[in-house]
Design a binder for this molecule. Structure first.
Ligand SMILES: Nc1ncnc2c1ncn2[C@@H]1O[C@H](COP(=O)(O)OP(=O)(O)O)[C@@H](O)[C@H]1O
Ligand SMILES: [Mg+2]
Length: 342
């Protein structure tokens, strides 16, 4: 049942499916996969553990998607993104979202130049590859909207002219799960624009001990000179091309849809996953299939990516929330009930 079926053409046609890779592209795909897999080891030079967060970030980069990072302060979110950008040889910027941050502080603004008597555009921090948007909930909606617009359109409009953002451009926005007072939660329609929501756990006891030992041995989180670029924009582009060629069986596509439909019918949810969410789950599952060394998506790929891709796209009913339900819990129930193709 898992044999790849090309959805565009009849499966019985002799010509290779349009997504099939040439010998050359196959080699590039292998090289890119090896480089992106080596990232894990490079990031591990500074960050202990957090493997699934690193994988989630690589998947987001492959899908050109943005990331919500949820975790309490001090769990190495900043260190992780900084290390990753260095290991990928990508430009990195960080913005602390404060209550008084203005849209222009994010996107850039026109500055009057006295010498030329002209206005000149000074690029804001969104003009980067990896943007760490720290504590996005602390800034009022108008500034959030300027970032979300840049995320969606991959450009910034100033006085009617559009300026393209670099490629790749991926935003990692952090949220503190326990701090809701005096914050501005992102509206549901905006949450849908993040490809995945990754939760950054507190390290295990052993991981925390390993971290302390590194610090005792002289590790300085401000000095990342040991981290080498092991992949870059070229590998990401090759990876992206290879992901586009990953086959999707019609039954697996139906499984993605059935999972999303089940969220719309769940009595615990007042808002289910949108069709946009279904496309997101397909994209992340495909990227994960490729990273795992396959050229077809399995139901297990879909299961593995369902929680990170869907958890921020559903909304609990207040009653369910009061009873202690969580988005992950509801999704887990749905995953165990919706029959998967074999
Ligand atoms: N898993 C970890 N591995 C290595 N260092 C860690 C880890 N978790 C926390 N730390 C240490 O805690 C510091 C704070 O991390 P930081 O990246 O500023 O956290 P956050 O951005 O999540 O608030 C790091 O610089 C590092 O020294
Ligand atoms: Mg931080």
């Amino acid at each position: 049942m898992n044999h790849p079926v090309d959805l565009g053409k009849g499966a019985e046609s002799d010509t290779p499916p349009p997504g099939a890779l040439s010998e050359d592209a196959r080699r590039q795909s292998e090289t890119a996969r090896a480089a992106l897999t080596a990232l894990r080891g490079e990031v591990a030079k500074t960050v202990v553990g957090q493997d699934s967060v690193v994988t989630g970030l690589v998947i987001a980069l492959l899908c050109r998607g943005h990331v919500l990072l949820e975790g309490v302060p001090g769990t190495a979110k900043t260190l992780l993104i900084k290390t990753l950008s260095r290991a990928l040889d990508l430009d990195f910027k960080r913005v602390q979202f404060t209550p008084d941050l203005m849209p222009g502080d994010v996107t850039g603004s026109l500055i009057y130049d006295n010498r030329t008597s002209e206005f000149e555009f000074r690029e804001g921090p969104v003009f980067t590859n990896l943007l760490l948007a720290d504590e996005i909930n602390r800034t009022p909606p108008k500034t959030q909207a300027s970032l979300l617009e840049a995320m969606e359109e991959r450009q910034v409009s100033v006085e009617g002219s559009a300026r393209a953002l670099p490629d790749p451009f991926v935003v990692c926005a952090t949220q503190n799960p326990i701090e809701y007072e005096g914050t501005y939660p992102l509206p549901e329609a905006q949450l849908d624009r993040f490809l995945v929501k990754l939760t950054v756990p507190v390290p295990t006891r052993d991981e925390e001990i390993a971290m302390l030992q590194r610090h005792a041995a002289g590790f300085d989180p401000r000095d990342l000179s040991e981290v080498q670029p092991v992949a870059g924009a070229a590998e990401l582009a090759a990876g992206r091309a290879a992901v586009r060629a990953v086959h999707l069986d019609q039954l697996v596509a139906a499984y993605v849809v059935d999972l999303c439909r089940a969220t719309r019918q769940s009595p615990s949810l007042q808002l289910g996953v949108s069709p946009r969410g279904a496309t997101a789950l397909l994209a992340t599952s495909r990227a994960w299939a490729w990273l795992s060394g396959r050229d077809y998506v399995t139901p297990d790929d879909v299961k593995a990516l369902a929680r990170p891709t869907l958890r921020h796209r559903v909304q609990l009913r207040p009653e369910a929330e009061l009873e202690g339900a969580t988005a992950d819990g509801v999704l887990e129930g749905i995953l165990s009930h919706v029959p998967a193709p074999r």
